[in-house]
Design a protein around this ligand. Structure first.
Ligand code: FES
Length: 89
């Protein structure tokens, strides 16, 4: 029996209609990328997106974005930051 495919580790296109969208930034929503209020008590807020026209936005599939749930390109950076190496070199 074949193993299920692993989730993508890069940006995922999300097509949205024009309007205001509240995207989940805590990862607890039962409505996928959209806020359902599950963040209450976590100290996090939803990310509001205002679109003038229908658009495709890239959401983070790697979990490392600093603008989660939107992709910020962190998926392409090395997994470990080694800036501290320069202090000792
Ligand atoms: S997929 Fe791009 S930062 Fe996560």
């Amino acid at each position: 029996m074949a193993e299920p495919a692993p989730p993508p580790a890069g940006p995922i296109p999300l097509e949205l209609p024009a309007g205001v969208h509240q995207l989940c930034s805590c990862g607890r929503s039962r409505h996928g990328w959209f806020c359902d209020g599950a963040h209450l008590g976590t100290g996090r807020l939803f990310r509001e997106l205002r679109l003038e026209q229908a658009s495709t936005v890239m959401v983070c599939g790697c979990g490392h974005s600093h603008r989660y749930p939107l992709c910020d390109g962190s998926h392409a950076k090395p997994a470990v930051s080694r800036r501290w190496w320069k202090w000792w070199a």
